[in-house]
Design a protein around this ligand. Structure first.
Ligand SMILES: [Zn+2]
Length: 354
């Protein structure tokens, strides 16, 4: 997912934000560009525009995010995939940026519960799949990664453009005829809501990603992983990983260790939503998601016949990592406890999205 992005000639360019943003208003602007092997239809473009407009209407950060999009042959294992540009930042600097950017109740709690100092302490998986409390101050403790879109939301400079985009989202052409591109006509039981899928993939681009997936992939190739600088000598984790707890006071960045990680903005006291734990060595789905079955936009599977927008937990996650959410949701522990306890009964027939 971190591979360099391939380039194809631009077929059509749309500045989605221009259609929705009031002149001069502080708002996210998503500029997208079709680079797929088959040019998108007007209907497909309109659906992606609707997804972009959803985020533009909810996030008030005055930044422009460039996203390449397109239909490609991804086979049938994924509905869509997202790759992104990223930049590194020191943990201490990131905490300062998050503090300076704090505007909501979620932000206030999130930054108040961040670990002090320039280095993080967390549970980490080792190359032999054991776990340990890693607080040795090496690069994986003190350096973090941000998607460039997330970096921009925090006021960091990131030089991106149409030619050098923040992210590339590819949709599977195998499902092109299974997608419903308009919400206006209602969604059939055997159709997949494309706007939901596009909103999900944009969510990754905005920063809903976890370094736990990189560790999970790295451990599958232990020699490759250890040959460069190992697990200790470089940045792996992301801003979202600052809010991944398995118990009060226990930041848990392990891969499927058995302890269920959850999203928390109060140092692990309140579990807002469980996270997925890894495709290879975890629960079978990428850790850059909430756990399947919670009804959130950023879950790893989507059901046929159902349309999703970002739920409160999705919005709170983006809020916590540095986006300014219009009418930001406020954590209500009781509500979420109830939601979590009800998860097991939801039966989802879905297909993987990445
Ligand atoms: Zn995904």
């Amino acid at each position: 997912m971190f591979a360099p992005l391939s380039r194809r000639p631009a077929a059509l360019l749309l500045a989605a934000g221009l259609a929705w943003g009031a002149p001069g208003a502080q708002a996210l602007n998503i500029v997208f560009n079709d680079v797929g092997t088959t040019a998108m239809s007007g209907q497909q473009f309109a659906a992606f525009e609707a997804a972009a407009a959803f985020w533009e209407n909810r996030l008030s950060d005055s930044v422009t995010v460039y996203i390449n999009i397109g239909f490609d042959n991804l086979g049938t294992t994924a509905l869509g995939t997202t790759s992104w540009a990223q930049r590194e930042v020191g943990y201490g600097e990131l905490r300062s940026l998050l503090t300076a950017d704090a505007t909501s109740a979620v932000d206030a709690s999130a930054v108040a519960h961040l670990q002090p100092g320039g280095s993080l302490s967390f549970i980490a998986t080792q190359t032999n799949l054991s776990t340990r409390l890693d607080r040795d101050g090496s690069a994986n403790n003190s350096r973090l990664k941000l998607t460039t879109a997330n970096a921009k939301a925090l006021g960091l400079n990131a030089t991106t453009s149409i030619a050098n985009p923040d992210a590339t989202i590819r949709f599977s052409s195998s499902y092109a005829s299974s997608f419903d591109y308009s919400r206006a006509s209602g969604l059939a039981f055997d159709q997949i809501d494309f706007v939901s899928l596009a909103e999900h993939e944009i969510g990754h681009a905005l920063g809903f990603v976890s370094g736990v997936d990189s560790i999970d992939a790295c451990i599958s190739q232990a020699t490759h992983c250890g040959a460069i600088r190992g697990l200790e000598g470089r940045a792996w984790y992301t801003a979202l990983d600052l809010f991944r707890y398995s118990a009060p006071g226990t930041l848990n960045l392990s891969v499927g260790s058995g302890a269920q990680p959850y999203f928390s903005v109060d140092g692990g006291e309140t579990a807002l939503q469980s996270f997925a734990t890894g495709r290879n060595h975890g629960d079978g789905t990428q850790a850059s998601h909430f756990k399947d079955g919670g009804g959130s936009l950023m879950a790893p599977y989507m059901a046929y016949g159902r349309a999703y927008d970002a739920a409160d937990a999705d919005l709170m996650a983006l809020d916590a990592i540095g986006w300014d959410v219009s009418t930001a949701p406020v954590p209500e522990p009781g509500t979420y406890a109830l939601l979590l306890s009800g998860l097991a009964v939801l039966a989802w027939a879905g297909r993987r999205r990445s």
